[in-house]
Design a protein around this ligand. Structure first.
Ligand code: UTP
Length: 285
C-alpha cells in the first residue's frame, strides 16, 4: 500500500486564465519565482512520492520539457551554481513520466489516463491548481492514513455555505481520530441541498480499483467524465476517509488567485516580504 506515484492532471484548457493560457500551460504559470508545478512537485517529494505521472495534452509539451534535462543551458550555467541548481533540481529529485489525454474529457478521464503508468498500486492525485502551504505536507498526511487503513483518502476543507456550488461536497461522519468517514459526495450543490459544508480539495490517495470505477463511469455534466462519480461508487463499496486541511489552501486556477498565491509564496522570504509590504503600501495608499 506504499504510495510512490502521483498523477498530476495537467491537460485542461485553463479557460479561466485566458489569455495567459492561450499558448502557455496553466500549470507552469509563475508562483512568484517558481512554476506552479514545481511547488506541487516539492510537496509530492516531501510526502514520499518518487514518480510524477504528468497527464498532458496538445499544447502542453512545455510541461514535459520542464521536467527534462537541458544540456545546453546546464553547460552555459556551469559557473553559476545557484542558477544551475534551479534548472536541474526538478530532474534530479523526482522521476517524471508523461501520458497524453487526447481530448480534455474531464478530470475523471484525465486520472484514468494515468493507469498505464501507475499499474496495480495505490497512488496519489494532486491537482496543480490547488497549492497547499503548511507545516506538514498535505499529501503526506493522506498517505499516512491510506497506509494505515488501505482506504481511499481525500483532503477536506470547510467552506462558507454560500460557496458549496464551487466544490465537490461530502456527506460524512466524524471518526474518533479527527478524520471523517465519507458516505457520499455531490458535485457543486447549491447550499440548500449540500449535505455539508465540507468540500473536497485537490489531494487524493486511491487504491488502483478507482481505475475500474472510472472506466465504468459514463459522461456526466458537460459531457465530461467526472472523478466524483467514480469516487462515489468507490466510497460506497470500499469506504473512503476524509482528512481535514491544516494550513493554507490557495486556488491558482484564476488570475486573482494566481496573484495572491504568488504574493503568499514570495512573502515567506522575510526580505521579499519587507519589499512587498513597502511596495503595497505605496501602491495602495
Ligand atoms: P480545472 O477544471 O480546474 O482546469 O481542472 P481547467 O479545465 O484547465 O480550467 P478551466 O475551468 O478551463 O479554467 C483541474 C485540473 O485538472 C486538469 C486541469 O489541467 C487542472 O490541472 N484537467 C481537467 C485535465 O487534465 N483534463 C481535463 O479534461 C480536465
Amino acid at each position: 500500500m506504499a504510495v510512490r506515484k502521483a498523477v498530476i492532471p495537467a491537460a485542461g484548457l485553463g479557460t479561466r486564465c485566458l489569455p495567459l493560457t492561450k499558448a502557455l500551460p496553466k500549470e507552469l504559470l509563475p508562483i512568484y519565482n517558481r512554476p506552479a508545478l514545481e511547488v506541487i512537485a516539492d510537496e509530492a517529494v516531501a510526502s514520499g512520492v518518487d514518480t510524477l505521472v504528468l497527464v498532458t495534452g496538445r499544447g502542453k509539451s512545455a510541461v514535459e520539457d520542464h521536467f527534462d534535462r537541458s544540456p545546453y543551458l546546464e553547460s552555459r550555467l556551469r559557473n553559476q551554481p545557484a542558477l544551475s541548481q534551479s534548472i536541474t533540481r526538478q530532474t534530479t529529485m523526482v522521476n517524471a513520466v508523461s501520458v497524453r489525454q487526447g481530448e480534455a474529457k474531464g478530470l475523471g478521464h484525465a486520472v484514468g489516463c494515468g493507469e498505464i503508468a501507475v499499474g496495480d498500486e495505490s497512488f496519489a492525485v494532486m491537482l496543480p491548481d490547488d497549492l497547499i502551504f503548511g507545516e506538514t505536507p498535505a499529501l503526506r498526511r493522506l498517505i499516512e492514513v491510506h497506509e494505515a487503513t488501505g482506504k481511499a483518502v481525500v483532503l477536506l476543507m470547510e467552506v462558507p455555505w454560500e460557496q458549496t456550488r464551487r466544490y465537490g461536497v461530502v456527506d460524512a461522519t466524524p471518526r474518533d481520530d479527527g478524520t471523517f468517514d465519507i458516505h457520499a459526495m455531490v458535485e457543486k450543490p447549491s447550499p440548500e441541498v449540500a449535505p455539508s459544508n465540507l468540500a473536497i480539495v485537490g489531494r487524493y490517495v486511491f487504491p488502483s480499483s478507482i481505475f475500474k470505477k472510472i472506466r465504468n463511469t459514463g459522461s456526466g455534466a458537460l459531457g465530461e467524465i467526472q472523478l466524483t462519480d467514480a469516487m462515489l461508487s468507490l466510497a460506497q463499496e470500499e469506504g473512503m476517509i476524509g482528512v481535514m486541511l491544516e494550513g493554507t489552501r490557495l486556488d491558482t486556477g484564476n488570475p486573482l488567485g494566481l496573484l495572491i498565491a504568488g504574493m503568499h509564496y514570495a512573502s515567506q522570504d522575510p526580505d521579499v516580504f519587507a519589499e512587498l509590504k513597502k511596495a503595497a503600501e505605496k501602491l495602495f495608499s
